[in-house]
Design a binder for this molecule. Sequence first.
Ligand code: ACO
Length: 357
Amino acid sequence: MTTAQITGWGMAAPPTVLSNHDLEQLTETNDEWITTRSGIKERRISHVPLSDMATVAGHRALAAAGLEPEDIDLLILATCSGDTIIPSAASFVQAKMALTNAAAFDINAACSGWIYGLEHATAMIRSGIKQRVLLIGAERLSHYLDFTDRSTAVLFGDGAGATVLEAADEGGVRSTTTGIDGDAAELLWVPGVGSNTPPGCDLPATSGVRMNGREVFKRAVTMMGEASTKVVADAGWELEDVDLLIPHQANMRIIDATARRLGLDPDKVVTNIHAYGNTSAATIPMALTEAIEAGRVQPGSNIVFAAFGGGLTWAAAALTWGDRVESIGTSDAEFPRTDQTAFDLLAPNIEYFGKGV
Ligand code: ACO
């Protein structure tokens, strides 16, 4: 049976860093609290639109797969912080990358978006409807940071990760699961953006991320564990067959709990939350790219991906890696240079919401 395999990978982390110590100047917090409660030490703040970040990551993934832009017949962009609501962020990326033969759309499943996209890309490839899918997870959540709400403002960052999926005869995506509890949607949301906001009115103060962190935390631990266990069983594996867990990077304590549930040693778990914070739909393809570059993905590795996020959504996938762990080519796609600091880039947030100190 035809299966879908990841053949290209790449990431784009904007250059400007916002450290925990920097945050102490913006809201009432400290490095010790953020580190022990979340595992985050710093995050990146983008000086370019989301579609530009996605474009850099996308070119790098195409080069790794040895493909040209015209080879792609579908672009799926997982994001909840696109450049505009209409059109999709995918339409900007399609133009910027010159994906001349591709259909393109966004998936908004918040932090679970890349795995939702993986499930859709796999179905498209298995059915023969599409042959080569570029699946990007990208977020510019810094736009929604409200420093008067310290419980959310310290968690999120910007970034993009991209993967190419192609048909293969064996291995690849073995099982996926996706789910949502819409009744709990208001536990994590940005209430003031969208068509519920009356035309012509200034953005309300509710256009920041609002989250009941404790409740989301409990549900994330339960659902990432359950979803991971399910895809392992559906893949026909035992838990000891798992070589690598690449979880959504929302909170180190959630990651540790998920790993414990699967009985995995820490050396089988990929984490980079300390460096980028929660980049929502981008965390998994970014962590995957870093894991490959660090030599942690081997030919034939059995990998589990798991995520939980706004919606409230959850998702997991089990995949057996192919033979190739080296990039075929490299791309010279790069961010434009900037001398702006994170404080410069966040000045509009501070002006609009104010500071929390
Ligand atoms: N600095 C210092 N103190 C803080 C901060 C801060 N940044 N934020 C909150 N506190 C305080 C609180 O006010 C509270 O003080 P109190 O006890 O005097 O009231 C205390 O710290 C504990 O607060 P909690 O909210 O209980 O802290 P918790 O241990 O739950 O950690 C956190 C909070 C990190 C948000 C955690 O709940 C979490 O990670 N939740 C899940 C996040 C997640 O997975 N989101 C899903 C993906 S996101 C997406 O889809 C876009």
